[in-house]
Design a protein around this ligand. Structure first.
Ligand code: MF3
Ligand code: CO
Ligand code: CO
Length: 269
């Protein structure tokens, strides 16, 4: 097993690709409202990536994926295909963006809670349950990020994420994980989001670039894949959330390559 340590030149390209992926999420945010279809969001992102950024949307034709972004609504865990589905108030949506610029990948995703809610509506248990899933999943990502530094164990990331998800009575998806990233979309190492005794540990080193992207279910962790060959849903139809960043291991810690300009980082230990 070989994990590619990036050169300074590659790191500079990863910084650019990461920034572009983050900027797509910032750009699309005001469009993520009730009534818009996920297909329309895909078209807007595709145009922005290819025309404004002069970059490539990595998902398009990746192992046959038909669209430029992934849109995963409610009980969809990941790899939702944009289409005619209109967003409606109360949906939760993950948008996952991967761009290729100058041969290097930036990969990031975030959650949207669709619609505007009055203070009274925000007090309903349904609203609060959805919001709690979204926020705990984001905390899982940042708890994982806080583990990243040279000399640390890669498996500690999964341990802390699983502990945080399960103390909240949620479950961690097992079949999909974070990944090394660079000139290749998915490369070694695998970054699992739970404690897996089967997997050999890796010592984190300066110059590694990988994603952390926990998928957390409100119910059980089991999943099913739809007949389209892509859409992954929770088996029990419970809601699922995911957040993702692309990371660079620095001399003393971590740089979040896909951090958005307005994004407040969480420092959780
Ligand atoms: N962006 C996803 C990830 O975080 C991969 C999407 S692959 C696709 O690794 F083909 F579904 F787009
Ligand atoms: Co990824
Ligand atoms: Co992604």
């Amino acid at each position: 097993m070989t994990i590619k340590i990036k050169t300074n030149d590659e790191i500079e390209k990863m910084r650019i690709a990461g920034r572009l992926a983050a900027e797509v999420l910032t750009m699309i945010t005001p469009h993520v409202v009730p009534g818009v279809t996920t297909g329309e969001l895909d078209q807007i992102c595709h145009k922005y990536i290819t025309e404004k950024q002069q970059a490539i949307p990595a998902p398009l034709n990746y192992h046959g994926f038909p669209k430029s972004i992934c849109t995963s609504i409610n009980d969809v865990i990941c790899h939702g295909i944009p289409g005619d589905r209109k967003l409606k108030k109360g949906d939760i949506l993950n948008i996952d963006i991967t761009v290729i610029k100058d041969g290097y990948h930036g990969d990031t995703s975030m959650m949207f809670h669709i619609g505007n809610f009055s203070d009274k509506e925000k007090q309903t248990p349904q609203y609060q349950a959805r919001e709690r899933l979204i926020q705990i999943t984001r905390e899982c990502l940042f708890k994982g990020i806080a583990e990243v530094k040279p000399g640390a164990s890669l498996k500690a990331i999964g341990r802390i994420i699983q502990a945080h998800a399960e103390q909240a009575n949620y479950s961690v998806v097992r079949e999909y994980c974070g990944h090394g990233i660079g000139a290749v979309f998915h490369e070694e190492p695998q970054v699992v989001h739970y404690d897996d005794a089967q997997i050999k540990d890796v010592i984190i080193e300066e110059g590694m670039t990988f994603t952390i992207e926990p998928m957390i279910n409100m119910g059980k962790h089991q999943l099913k894949t739809l007949n389209d060959g892509w859409t992954v849903k929770t088996k029990d139809r419970s809601l699922s959330a995911q957040w993702e960043h692309t990371l660079l291991v620095t001399a003393n810690g971590v740089e979040i390559l896909t951090q958005r300009e307005q994004e407040q980082t969480l420092y959780l230990t």
